[in-house]
Design a protein around this ligand. Structure first.
Ligand SMILES: *Cc1c(COP(=O)(O)O)cnc(C)c1O
Length: 434
């Protein structure tokens, strides 16, 4: 790190020189891993550009319509491009899908009928989905209330328990849900390789079962996506990876045509499907974001590695480990204390370009059971492809770090948060020096 940069960090950010020196030294340990990240990024960048060219994307596609939204060419192009990128027959990509939870909910409720059963085969799903299903909380309109049956099969040593899944399927089982990313749990992401093996084996026994993937935070981390290895339908959020930090809102569902159409019927109305729905001028930023997404995801992964090595070497368990292959952008740090989670998140917030003066505190966030602290000083509200960190206030007090539009910003986040922990005597000072 350049002398002038160190000067700014000391003078403007009041960062302890020991922290700067420590982070710079640890950074050296991960630099050899950047090469592989670069290779994946290069591949994915070409995939995205090629998909745009194949759809004959044109400058006139960025206009939008009003009213019913018939004949919105830009909207149709966005969906065509998404289906090429994710290697699926069809896609529904809309600004009116408000979040990842909404995209997943639309998919489940579009495909399942009363009496059908679905099984989460990667253990308990993401917190907000537990409310959607109806296994947590006391909410009306859940899937259980609609007569849909639900079971979960825990992971076995962090892997999908394929034998158990196959033996658990009955004639009522219509859909299996795979959550690719860690979520608020203590397991690694499910890799595309592992997904492929599981899907192949399951389909050998039950060729008609629908395999659905919650792809949140997984996009562009590997060269392949779930659609490349046989997943039937995939859902995610545009204010995470595929929005590249530029998409202002939205969600996507990609998959087999007959499935996407059922979901579209649920999202508008049977008979209207994908043909209606405004894009409100979002097409341009949605595609600009998709264009940048492979690059942004690579920056975020480098940031996750830096956080990982910095806290691993201070003695904390980090998931995934620095040496592990990655399939999402999340870096979990097991902090074992609420104070560390809070001070870490405060540091990430302080390092943000937007709302750096705001102090995040744990709050009753809609959709979550425990209080959650969220550090998110994003240009787009709630965008977690931007530098962000969060964690539910429960044992064993994990902080989940993700995003960062530039690696340099990630590094500032690491420096400020570590400095915060040091100033509050929440780390072992001796470990910062040789
Ligand atoms: C973020 C996330 C969701 C939900 O997305 P929101 O946009 O926050 O509603 C679902 N599943 C996983 C694994 C996630 O990371």
């Amino acid at each position: 790190m350049d002398k002038d940069t160190i000067n700014i960090l000391c003078k403007e950010y009041n960062i302890n020189p020991k922290v700067i020196d420590y982070v710079n030294r640890k950074e050296e340990l991960i630099k050899d891993k950047f090469h592989k990240i670069q290779e994946i990024k290069e591949y994915n960048q070409l995939k995205v550009i090629y998909s745009m060219q194949k759809s004959r994307l044109s400058s006139t596609d960025f206009n939008w319509t009003t009213g019913y939204g018939y004949g919105d060419i830009g909207r149709d192009k966005v969906e065509e491009i998404y289906s090429y990128v994710f290697n699926t027959e069809n896609a529904l990509v809309r600004p009116t899908i408000v979040s990842g939870t909404h995209a997943i909910t639309l998919t489940l409720s579009g495909l399942l009928r009363p009496g059908d059963e679905f099984i989460s085969i990667t253990g308990s799903p993401y917190d907000t989905l537990q409310k959607v299903i109806g296994v947590k909380g006391d909410i009306q309109g859940t899937l259980l209330e609609y007569g849909i049956k639900y079971r979960e099969i825990p992971l076995n040593n962090g892997k999908i328990d394929i034998e158990k899944v196959i033996n658990s399927i009955t004639e009522k089982t219509k859909l299996l849900l795979i959550q690719r990313s860690t979520g608020y749990s203590d397991r690694k992401a499910i890799s595309i390789d592992e997904m492929e093996i599981a899907i192949n084996k399951i389909k050998q026994h039950n060729k008609d079962i629908i395999i659905m993937v919650d792809n949140c935070y997984g996009e562009f981390v590997e060269k392949l996506e779930p659609g490349d290895v046989g997943a039937d339908i995939i859902a995610g959020s545009l204010i995470k990876n595929p929005g590249g930090g530029l998409a202002l809102t939205g969600g996507y569902i990609v998959g087999k045509t007959n499935l996407v159409e059922q979901v579209a019927n649920r999202s508008t109305a049977p008979g209207l499907g994908k043909d209606c729905g405004l894009t409100f001028g979002t097409t341009r930023t949605t595609l600009q974001g998709l264009f940048l997404a492979p690059h942004i995801v690579a920056e975020a992964i480098k940031g996750a590695l830096l956080v990982g090595i910095v806290y691993k070497e201070l003695g904390f368990e980090v998931i995934p480990d620095v040496e592990d292959d990655r399939s999402d952008i999340i870096q979990a740090i097991k902090f074992n204390s609420p104070d560390r989670v809070i001070e870490f998140c405060k540091g990430i917030q302080e390092a943000s370009a937007v709302d750096s003066f705001v102090t995040p505190i744990p709050w009753d966030m809609p959709g979550y059971e425990e209080k959650v602290i969220m550090a998110a000083g994003g240009f787009v509200d709630g965008s977690s492809i931007e530098l962000s960190a969060d964690g539910p206030m429960r044992e064993p007090y994990f902080a989940y770090y993700q995003g960062g539009l530039t690696y340099e910003h990630c590094k500032l986040g690491v420096l400020v948060s570590l400095n915060n922990l040091l100033n509050n005597s929440l780390i072992d000072k001796k470990k910062l020096v040789y």
